[in-house]
Design a protein around this ligand. Structure first.
Ligand code: GDP
Ligand code: MG
Length: 296
């Protein structure tokens, strides 16, 4: 007769260990100045984050991010602790000469890989290495409604070689729903045409459900988002939104924009996969290249 030895509790043992350690998620935001990067980040983690630089009042000039800055937050949900690092980059592509404007960003991402590798190679290495590798790059596209700018094509291509790139159409409240859909299709066609392979990637390990989930993400990318750091009153309820001359955009209303889809994607469905893909694909590529170089 078979007797129960209880190894099925290994899942609880793992869970206990992981919960104790907590999770780390690092996001970088990239795009032109003024596209709403800082605003969107504050909207996604709204109830959890406090703008470290203080909230901007209506008539203050637009705060500008002039260097790569990391803001760190610890957020907790039902006993699960997530340390969230948000790396805000200065808007690039604003200059007359945009040549190599992506270099500092690519360098920053590689530097994190390099730091991780160094710790891994240390003889007395820590059992747990603090992870600063970037798991997701939110790439902000100007809501022109026409097509990607050449600079966007170049930068997304460069970034996609080192990090999981997730494109978003910034300030999509400036487009009508028809314009928005046409723009999304145009961008997807251009990404395909220029062989820019973005996250999510399919692997042999994916089951049917995961393959379908990824397919639905690919059909939605780029997420058309709206951000806001203010609440507006809709039907007597206070919601995150923007008021303009024609009406109110409720950021969390899925008929208004794809903010909720992006947030679900980042936090509910793909958080772990973004982290794993970073380690297994992007970091691994960096690592094998470095180790090869060492041997020569
Ligand atoms: P960043 O330079 O990319 O970080 O941009 P900010 O987040 O500082 O935002 C620049 C300006 O755009 C601010 O006045 C925001 O209130 C405004 N803004 C941000 N998100 C949106 C949006 O989704 N729609 C509209 N219409 N304006 C936005
Ligand atoms: Mg900013």
């Amino acid at each position: 007769a078979t007797s129960y030895v209880g190894f099925d509790s290994i899942t609880q043992q793992i869970e206990h260990k992981l919960l104790k350690r907590g999770f780390q998620f690092n996001v970088i935001v990239v795009g032109q100045t003024g596209l709403g990067k800082s605003t969107l980040i504050n909207t996604i983690f709204a109830s959890h984050l406090i703008d470290s630089k203080g909230r901007r009042e209506a008539d203050e000039p637009v705060r500008q991010t002039t260097e790569i800055q990391t803001v760190s937050h610890v957020i907790t949900e039902n006993g699960v602790r997530l340390r969230l690092n948000i790396v805000d980059t200065p808007g690039y592509g604003d200059q007359v000469n945009n040549e190599n404007c992506w270099d500092p960003i690519v360098k920053y991402i590689k530097d994190q890989h390099s730091a991780y590798l160094r710790k891994e190679l240390t003889a007395m290495r820590d059992r747990y290495i603090q992870d600063t590798r970037i798991h997701c790059c939110l790439y902000f596209i100007n809501p022109t409604g026409h097509s990607l700018r050449p600079i966007d094509q170049i930068v997304m291509k460069k970034l996609s070689e080192v990090v999981n790139v997730v494109p978003v159409i910034a300030k999509s409240d400036s487009l009508t729903l028809e314009e928005r859909e046409a723009f999304k299709q145009k961008i997807r066609a251009e990404l395909f045409h220029h062989s820019i392979r973005l996250y999510p990637f399919d692997t042999d390990e994916n089951d049917e459900e995961e393959v379908q989930l990824n397919e639905s993400i690919r059909n939605m990318i780029p997420f058309a988002v709206v951000g806001s750091e203010r609440n507006v009153i809709i039907d007597g309820k206070s919601v995150r939104g923007r008021k303009n001359r024609w009406g109110v955009v409720n950021v969390e209303d899925e008929t208004h924009c794809e903010f909720v889809s992006l947030r679900n994607f980042l936090t509910r469905t793909h958080l772990q996969d973004l982290i794993e893909t970073t380690a297994q694909i992007h970091y691994e590529a960096f690592r094998s290249k470095q180790l090869l170089a060492l041997k020569e």
